[in-house]
Design a protein around this ligand. Structure first.
Ligand code: FES
Length: 104
């Protein structure tokens, strides 16, 4: 099970483990770390995270890119920004360091 090292916008540290194949947003939401208001449709931005290592962040989907572009008016969007609902947890995510983006 991938283990994720999470830092919240206020600096709290969490370590969570989640099943391979599950949505990162759902894993974070189950620990009340993100809201995931739209249920994973890449249309709310409440699951925005920053990866410490851009190489682990993977590529944004087209819809995700549009959503992040819209969010950039309100919060910092980085090269390593992802909407966690668009990420399926894989082995590559084991040990990933993730910072939850502030609310837009
Ligand atoms: S849950 Fe809404 S954008 Fe990810």
């Amino acid at each position: 099970m991938p283990k994720l090292y999470i830092t919240t916008p206020t600096g709290e540290k969490h370590i969570i483990e989640a099943e391979i194949g599950c949505s990162m947003m759902e894993a974070l939401n189950s620990e009340s770390l993100v809201e995931g208001t739209c249920g994973g449709a890449a249309s709310c931005g409440t699951c925005h995270v920053y990866f410490k290592d851009p190489a682990v962040a993977g590529d944004q989907t087209e819809d995700e890119g549009y959503m992040l572009e819209g969010l950039s008016d309100f919060v910092e969007v980085k090269e390593s920004s992802r909407l966690s609902c668009q990420i399926t947890l894989l082995d590559i995510h084991d040990g990933a360091e993730i910072v939850i983006a502030p609310e837009a």
